[in-house]
Design a protein around this ligand. Structure first.
Ligand code: ZN
Length: 287
């Protein structure tokens, strides 16, 4: 099991062969240690993806990610996009536009949404294109007396179990934040035509009673309007999720504070991106 929230300890900046290495992994289907290639000729995001998802990504060449099954997937679709277009039509490179802010942040920077960008081609490649493909990978995770479905791909379910075990050790006053949770459901993002992370089996909404969602708190606001921020989820909970590879919707400008999503690539990227491993992070990354 990788403990993602120990900056500098688990991230070994070692030279790593970027050729295909086949499937390997630790107890949770994740590598025993996270190593990132120091080959500067390869974009950092590509090296991070290879380190975070070694069962799928095995290299990079000529602007494309290389997969263990031989597929090549272009990282940049070459399109000029505005904010909304980038959300609806995300390529691999776009996923890393905003660097996830580690630590306890101030309010999210304007339009900084690290994690809302998901390349559907990339996500479907790993987690399944169709509901029946998804179902094959779903397993039950005991979550404070609830049974939640989560994907076993990339060690996501085991990581959620590790989150639950650690949250259960918190003082009793935290228990109210884990009631009425939900995970897998096949749907599109509210107000959009793209698939929700819940449709990949990598996201959990931890409660509704203490949730804040940007659309609900700012009726009528569009994606590029200024919105008022509100969050009632304690930072201690966010820290535990981040430790096990989950990003938090509390750190998005378009916040969805009950939402946590298994995105170890974004946490790894934040730890190694120059100057980003500080509260507030970096927005508008140009790689
Ligand atoms: Zn959610």
């Amino acid at each position: 099991m990788i403990h993602w929230a120990v900056p500098g300890l688990m991230v070994a900046l070692a030279c790593l062969c970027t050729g295909c290495r086949g499937s390997r992994g630790g107890a949770a289907g994740l590598p025993a240690a996270v190593e990132i290639s120091d080959d500067q000729s390869i974009p950092l995001f590509a090296r991070v993806l290879e380190a975070a998802y070694p069962d799928f990504v095995c290299g990079y060449a000529d602007g494309a990610l290389l997969f263990t099954d031989g597929e090549r997937m272009p990282c940049d679709d070459g399109k000029e996009k505005d904010f909304r277009q980038r959300l609806d039509d995300t390529d691999i490179e776009d996923m890393f536009r905003d660097v996830y802010p580690l630590g306890v942040p101030e309010e999210p920077a304007f339009l900084s949404d690290p994690g809302r960008y998901r390349s559907e081609a990339f996500m479907m490649k790993m987690y399944g294109h169709l509901p029946e493909e998804m179902w094959r990978h779903l397993v039950r995770v005991d979550w404070f007396g609830q049974e939640l479905l989560f994907t076993s791909v990339n060690g996501a379910a085991d990581s959620l179990r590790a989150v639950a075990a650690e949250l259960q050790a918190l003082p009793r006053r935290y228990a109210r934040y884990f009631k009425d949770s939900s995970s897998f459901f096949w749907r599109e993002v509210r107000g959009a035509r793209r698939r929700s992370a819940h449709g990949y089996g990598i996201a959990i909404d931890i409660c509704t009673a203490y949730a804040d969602y940007w659309r609900n708190n700012n009726p009528g606001a569009g994606e590029t309007d200024a919105v008022a921020y509100r969050n009632r989820i304690p930072s201690r909970i966010v820290e535990v999720f981040e430790k096990h590879g989950f990003v938090s919707g509390t750190k998005w400008y378009h916040y969805d504070t009950m939402h946590f999503e298994f995105r170890p690539d974004l946490l790894l990227y934040a730890r190694v991106y120059p100057g980003a491993a500080a509260p507030g992070g970096v927005s508008g990354n140009k790689h």
